[in-house]
Design a protein around this ligand. Structure first.
Ligand code: IPE
Ligand code: IPE
Ligand code: MG
Length: 244
């Protein structure tokens, strides 16, 4: 049955930072003849479960793509449903995960969101600002192109030339290391404007599962696959083994 194949062991290399494109909520709901908002609710619950699993495994940072700048052009009814999820459940769910000493950051152009949703995000940031080490980035009203343009404008305002490092600190994800593993659920094989600068050397993993069906076991599977890969960062195999 290949039982052990996807099991995490002491030898499994755990990615420090996992980012997830949580796609497929709408199709998951449609298949069940339910409204898209039902899929988003299930998705939010699954997101919390996955965060708990990831931190249990020793992951330090998790970035979740919850809403893109392009998603803001969806029908108002769907957007209202998504904002209601933030209004009614976000703080309660997140406080469960953050109670482990996890700092939450909202990454994206939060000013595009309704005032009360902005407030909820700011409050969650404030409530967890004292925590160092583990972190959650919630990408909302996030677009990588918007992020890069925003960072360029900040650099221009400062009037100083940037380096790769100083530029990366100007991004919304500034204080957090680059993702090691990017998972996308929902069958599509694309980045959809997610972490374009930070993803330079991330390992990519695509799952056919719709996000609400992406179980803890599926996460384990993705991490085992990540652990099997050789990250060369442009170097040769020999250089990599010499370093070890
Ligand atoms: C991802 O699920 C969540 C958001 C983009 C808010 P979708 O809503 O894109 O679900 P599908 O892709 O239509 O199934
Ligand atoms: C990507 O999903 C954005 C999020 C998961 C938040 P989309 O459903 O917006 O992606 P496309 O439109 O299929 O590329
Ligand atoms: Mg989608």
């Amino acid at each position: 049955m290949g039982l052990k194949k996807n099991t995490i062991t002491k030898e499994t290399k755990i990615p420090r930072h996992v980012a997830i494109i949580m796609d497929g909520n709408g199709r998951w709901a449609k298949k069940r003849l339910m409204p898209r908002s039902f899929g988003h609710k299930q998705g939010m619950e699954r997101m919390i479960g996955l965060m708990e699993r990831a931190f249990d495994l020793g992951v330090e940072y998790i970035t979740v793509y919850a809403l893109s700048t392009e998603n803001l052009k969806r029908p108002q009814e769907e957007l209202n449903g998504l904002f209601d999820l933030f209004r009614n459940h976000f703080q309660e769910y997140m406080s469960r995960v953050c109670a482990r000493g996890v700092r939450l950051r909202a990454v994206g152009d939060v000013s595009l969101l309704p005032d009360d949703v902005q407030k909820i995000l700011r409050q969650s940031e404030e409530d967890t600002a004292q925590f160092v080490g583990k972190g959650i980035n919630v990408a909302v009203a996030y677009g990588a192109r918007d992020e890069i343009v925003h960072a360029v404008n900040r650099a221009v305002e400062c009037g100083e030339k940037v380096t790769e490092e100083s530029f990366s600190r100007l991004l919304y994800t500034g204080e957090v290391p680059d993702p090691d593993l990017i998972i996308r659920t929902g069958k599509e094989v694309r980045l959809s404007n997610f972490l374009l600068y930070q993803a330079a050397y991330a390992e990519l993993y695509f799952s056919e599962k719709m996000f609400p069906d992406f179980s803890d076991k599926e996460l384990d599977k993705a991490i085992v696959e990540y652990s099997r890969r050789t990250r060369r960062f442009g170097k040769t195999d020999e250089q990599i083994t010499e370093k070890k």
